[in-house]
Design a protein around this ligand. Structure first.
Ligand code: BEZ
Length: 212
């Protein structure tokens, strides 16, 4: 199955390092980030997982649950997580899916046979509270992902959903609507290019000169 943006993230049951889960139930009504690792006890995967563990407070702040996947079994994951804590200085406190029969990997198109017939590539799926896929990125096995970029995308998605801005203001919002939505005003560089201070953030110097 080919997944596309806006599709419902497929549900599944799986064993994880935190016990068995039903994916949709586990997600609840928040955001989720599902990402695959080719295999346990490999260098790029180890440093990546350590970095995501370090970023956990950032995910939590945004109401996002992280969940990893590798096709190795739970017993292997447990030993690997101990190594990650020891070598990366951060304990992984989110679940890692064990997918030895590649059920989830196949469901999400994480195996790219021309690249590797057995192990997953590195995928990242951002899933919103309606269980819709809002972003996916696929990396080769030998290249680590930039999870700061994933956080930036989540910030952008959450801002856009909450305030109808696509940083800047989306063109479909009329000036009249914008006056109600953005009481701090905006600066129009072009009729379609209106800049407004980010809702919920302190007003930067530049935007104080905004026209109302
Ligand atoms: C790694 O995590 O370092 C890795 C995993 C699979 C293939 C190549 C590198």
């Amino acid at each position: 199955m080919t997944l596309r943006l806006g599709d419902t993230a497929p549900d599944f049951q799986a064993e994880t390092t935190s016990g068995p889960i039903g994916f949709h139930d586990w997600l609840g009504d928040g955001w989720g980030v599902l990402f695959s690792h080719p295999r346990d006890f490999t260098p790029v995967c180890t440093t990546e997982l350590g970095y995501v563990a370090r970023l956990e407070p950032e995910f939590e702040q945004r109401g996002v649950k992280a969940i990893g996947l590798s096709i190795d079994p739970v017993t292997s994951h447990q030993g690997w997580l101990a190594d990650i804590k020891e070598t990366q200085g951060h304990a992984v406190n989110f679940p890692i899916i064990a997918d030895p029969d590649r059920k989830v990997a196949d469901l999400y198109g994480m195996i790219h046979p021309a690249h590797d017939e057995v192990y997953t590539v590195r995928t990242v799926f951002v899933i919103d509270p309606r269980k819709k896929i809002r972003l996916f990125i696929t990396y080769p096995q030998t290249t680590g992902r930039n999870f700061d970029e994933i956080l930036r995308v989540i910030d952008s998605l959450q801002l856009t959903d909450g305030h109808r801005v696509a940083t800047p203001v989306v063109p479909a919002v009329t000036d009249e609507e914008a006056r109600a939505k953005f009481p701090r005003g905006w600066r129009a560089l072009k009729p379609y290019l209106r800049l407004t201070p980010q809702p919920g953030r302190p007003e930067p110097e530049e935007a104080r000169a905004a026209t109302r």
